[in-house]
Design a protein around this ligand. Sequence first.
Ligand code: UT7
Length: 336
Amino acid sequence: MKAVIKGIGHYVPERVVTNQDLEKLMDTNDAWIQERTGIEERRHVGRNGSETTSILGFKAAEKAIENAKIDKNEIDFIIFATLSPDLYFPGGGVLLQNYLELDTIGALDVRNQCSGFIYALSTANAFIKSGMYKNILVVGAENHSFGLDMTTRGRGVSVIFGDGAGAVILGRSDDESRGILSCNMHSEGKYAEELMMGFPGTKYGWVDLMLNEDFEPDYDKIYPYMNGNFVFKHAVTRFPEAILEAFEDAGESIENLKMLIPHQANLRISQFIQRQMGLRDDQVFNNIMKYGNTTAASIPIALSEAISQGKIEQGDLISLAAFGSGFTWGSVLLRY
Ligand code: UT7
């Protein structure tokens, strides 16, 4: 028995924020952003709170359910990955269960940032293969724009990230020719603070921040901090390792790869991996140009777009891979 993607969908907020829009807010420019990241525009919900992370996830989930042609009540478990939850606790999974008006099924939250969807999908795969669940709703959703420093001080991070959500229904199938073939998940916690946000958290005195008027916050801890060069160097090593590991575990040859969907961290990272692995342009899907880096949402959004554009067909060998904060990284190999 295998776990197959029965349905997929994605949702991005309507508001397009171009590089030129960002030039009005901070000392940055279109040439810098495009040259270093490939990003031309991204979507932002904004700070009015109308579309929270779980609402974005809900909109993507509705599309995945429709695409799967199942009754939503056939879903027997939810896995929700995000680094930008509506609430510090509880996580987004229970909020999604409520919006979808599902029975009292379990809802698990995954906090693995850019690798969140890979961790969530791998976990769902294990649950399905164990026989515990039949149809798991796996969601990656992010509302980054609420918490980015949109001044020049934050430009190294805030120009990169965008909002959006993607969802899949992972279900049980007796068709051995399709489904998830192998998964891997990795971490290296000694680099936790090379890409992180300290607030709210117990390490950096958030109580002081809230209760003491004179407290001078450390902006590196309130807003996301990223040691960009350092993260880049690790990413270009770990991506190919994880991808090749999944091929080896599955006993598949990379020559049969139809499409690699890398986490959309930076177009330069994707191009680096493509060159390193000797892949053709048509074997790597990128849409970071339109959406920026949507962290846990980037892989399901990209997979959903690639499928809807007819670039992936049933039975194709697909590699999904991610690297990010933690550090965490991993890969899933599947026959769609
Ligand atoms: O998805 C999670 C995983 N994340 C990643 O994989 C991201 C990995 N890292 C990266 O993608 C790249 O490191 C960045 C795109 C984040 C940055 O590119 P970089 O080539 O590493 O630039 P840098 O941080 O070394 O900055 C170069 C210069 C600096 O100026 P000086 O010190 O050389 O005068 C920055 O202050 O560019 C400056 N800079 C900017 N200039 C215009 C930084 N951000 C901006 C900006 N606009 N937005």
